[in-house]
Design a protein around this ligand. Structure first.
Ligand code: PMV
Length: 364
């Protein structure tokens, strides 16, 4: 795959007067089977599956202008923020072979998130995928005559997924509507470690409108970055058992997603969330990212499921917040439960109503 994109890279001279502005909005995603542990050039140790979200998004604009050398500015929520931009700048410098044209451009990146910065929601998946969509749009403008001749009329999702992966692992799953699978598995033809594939046509309709209410236990910054967390898997005594189990979970979850088997969906999703945190607890050094209210919420959710038989379940990211997942047709009952019971365990009673969404949107 690398060779295809290297061959396709626009290597010509940027024409004089080349300038403009592109913009994309791209969503966050929440993994059901978790990616935790990587190898080589941002390749996953095991496949992962996620829901693409709808409301938690990054909106990114890039203004570009021909220049003598690479120029870069990054603005977050209207304020210049070189620290936030450093990851994008590094990505561009590390991948110059794919984007040689950036050495002839001044780029001004302006980004904002639709969710509060202090909500503890990781923004790297949404922001890096939005940024890659913009970059590929600029490349498309440069090469559009050849691309259109080849029958290509917009950014190719597989290419966007490949580069989003290089920018920030799980970002590669954000470029597809509904659900995505990243990582090679014999259970799914066409799956790859290098990019995610869409599961949109292989899931039961119930999952296409699934709800994700994000219960904000704490908005504090994570005490372990996901980069450090992935690194700790290298010395983790349970690593190989984990990768084997993740592969097994992928196989069974794919079957459950197709048939709409909610019992299996719930069992695998909750087990994956707890496993992710168990792995952090037994790494060296170890991390406990759950807070007392994370456990309180988990208990209340399980009790409510037992009592009402409503098929709601939870998952966790690498942090204390709880993602409450449930079918749309149970939304009224579950939302009353959130307002009456669960929100009291949330920081400032704060929760975000999200649901499965349709992937990136072009803004400009
Ligand atoms: O994409 P990264 O490097 O931020 O890692 C994401 C890791 C988890 O969010 C914990 C799991 C996942 O698959 O998204």
């Amino acid at each position: 795959m690398e060779q295809i994109w290297l061959n396709e890279a626009f290597k010509g001279k940027v024409p004089n007067g080349f300038q403009g502005k592109v913009g994309w909005s791209s969503p966050s995603n929440i993994a059901l089977v978790k990616y935790w542990g990587k190898r080589g050039k941002q390749l996953p140790q095991n496949p992962s599956i996620s829901f693409t979200l709808s409301e938690c998004r990054s909106e990114t604009f890039i203004s570009y202008e021909k220049a003598d050398r690479f120029g870069f500015q990054f603005f977050f929520e209207d304020k210049e923020n070189p620290a936030f931009g450093a990851k994008i700048e590094k990505f561009l410098m590390d991948n110059q072979a794919f984007f040689p044209f950036v050495n002839q451009l001044h780029l001004k990146v302006e980004s904002r998130n639709t969710f509060p910065h202090s909500s503890g929601i990781a923004s790297s998946a949404s922001s890096m995928s939005a940024c890659v969509m913009c970059l590929l749009d600029i490349e498309y403008w440069l090469a559009r005559i050849e691309r259109q001749r080849a029958g290509i009329f917009s950014v190719v999702p597989q290419k966007a997924s490949y580069f989003s992966r290089l920018a920030s692992g799980s970002a590669c799953r954000s470029v597809y509507p509904k659900m995505a699978l990243w990582g090679a598995t014999e259970a799914y033809e066409g799956s790859s470690d290098e990019y995610a594939v869409s599961l949109e046509n292989d899931i039961h309709p119930i999952f296409k409108t699934y709800r994700d209410s994000i219960l904000i236990v704490s908005g504090e910054k994570k005490s372990v970055s996901s980069r450090a967390g992935h690194g700790l898997m290298e010395g983790n005594p349970y690593a190989s058992a984990r990768y084997a189990q993740a592969n097994e979970n992928i196989k069974n979850l794919l079957t459950a997603l197709k048939s709409g088997d909610l019992e299996t969906f719930i069992r695998i999703t909750e087990s994956e969330a707890l496993q992710l945190h168990a792995l952090m607890m037994c790494s060296n050094p170890s991390f406990i990212l759950m807070k007392p209210n994370t456990l309180n919420l988990i208990s209340r959710i399980r009790e409510f499921r037992e009592e009402t038989k409503i098929p709601l379940c939870f998952t966790l990211d690498a942090g204390p917040n709880v993602h409450l997942l449930y079918p749309e047709n149970k939304a009224d009952k579950v939302e009353s439960f959130i307002k009456n019971t669960l929100s009291s365990y949330c920081a400032d009673n704060n929760w975000i109503a999200d649901h499965v969404g349709n992937g990136p949107k072009k803004l400009l």
